[in-house]
Design a protein around this ligand. Structure first.
Ligand code: DX5
Ligand code: ZN
Length: 217
C-alpha cells in the first residue's frame, strides 16, 4: 500500500483543523505532524497539545515526526495526544534501541529517521524493531526546500536491505521537497509513504491531494 502523508507544517495554522479535514476528505489517509524543538533543528513548530487538539477533527493515521533531542522524554505525551506512529531521529537518540523499544511498548507504530548526511546502512541493525524508516530528502527544519536527489539511492539501498532480510512489510517514507515532479521517482526507488507539505497546502488542498494520490496509485 502507498500512503500520502501531508505535512501540516505548510498549513495555515489559524485554520489547522479545517486544512487537515480538507486533505483527509480529499483522500489523504495519513497526516504528518512535524515536531521541532529549536535544538535538534534550527526551528520551533508545535508540540503535543496541538496534536491533541487536531486529533478531535479526524480519524486519519497520525504520523508524528519528532525532530527533537532525546525524544524518550516526551514519548508518552505524544502517544496520549493521539499519535499512531512516532518516528525519532537516529541522530537525536542517546540509545536508539531503547528509544524504539519505548515506542513499541506504547502499542503504536515505530519509525526511525535518518538525516541527509547519515548513511543508509546505519538502519540495518534496527530493521527488526521498526515499522518504518524515514529517509529525509531535505535537511530537517523547514518546509519548502529542494529535494536532495541522492536520497533516492538511500531509499534503494534500504529497500534492498529489507528485501534481503525478508522485511517485506517495511514502510519506507520519504520527507522533503516532494511534489508532482518527483513523487513517481520516489515511488520507483522503493518508498511507499510520501510526505508532502508545500505541494499539498499551498494552493487548492483537495486538488493537490487528488493529483498526488493519482501519481502514487
Ligand atoms: C522538514 C519536515 C517536512 C516538511 C516537508 O523538516 O520534516 O515534513 O514539512 O515540507 P515540504 O514538502 O514542503 O518539503
Ligand atoms: Zn517531517
Amino acid at each position: 500500500m502507498n500512503y500520502l502523508s501531508p505535512s501540516v507544517l505548510s498549513a495555515d495554522f489559524s485554520e489547522l483543523g479545517n486544512d487537515i479535514m480538507m486533505a483527509v476528505d480529499a483522500g489523504a489517509p495519513w497526516i504528518h505532524l512535524d515536531v521541532m524543538d529549536g535544538k535538534f533543528v534550527p526551528n520551533i513548530s508545535f508540540g503535543a497539545p496541538v496534536i491533541a487538539s487536531v486529533r478531535k477533527v479526524t480519524n486519519a493515521f497520525f504520523d508524528v515526526h519528532l525532530m527533537i533531542e532525546e525524544p524518550s522524554r516526551y514519548m508518552n505525551d505524544f502517544k496520549k495526544a493521539g499519535a499512531d506512529l512516532i518516528t525519532v531521529h537516529y541522530e537525536a537518540c542517546e540509545n536508539v534501541e531503547a528509544t524504539l523499544y519505548q515506542i513499541r511498548e506504547l502499542g503504536i507504530k515505530v519509525g526511525l529517521s535518518i538525516s541527509p548526511d547519515t548513511p543508509a546502512e546505519v538502519v540495518k541493525p534496527y530493521l527488526s524493531m521498526v515499522d518504518m524508516i524515514l529517509v529525509m530528502s531535505v535537511y530537517p527544519g523547514f518546509g519548502g526546500q529542494k529535494f536532495i536527489q541522492s536520497s533516492l539511492d538511500k531509499v534503494r539501498v534500504i529497500r534492498d536491505m529489507a528485501n534481503e532480510l525478508h522485511y517485506d512489510d517495511l514502510w519506507i517514507e520519504v520527507d522533503g521537497g516532494i511534489g508532482a515532479e518527483n513523487i513517481v521517482d520516489v515511488k520507483e526507488a522503493g518508498a511507499n509513504v510520501f510526505v508532502a507539505g508545500s505541494a499539498v497546502f499551498n494552493g487548492d488542498i483537495a486538488k493537490n491531494v487528488k493529483m498526488l494520490n493519482d501519481l502514487i496509485r
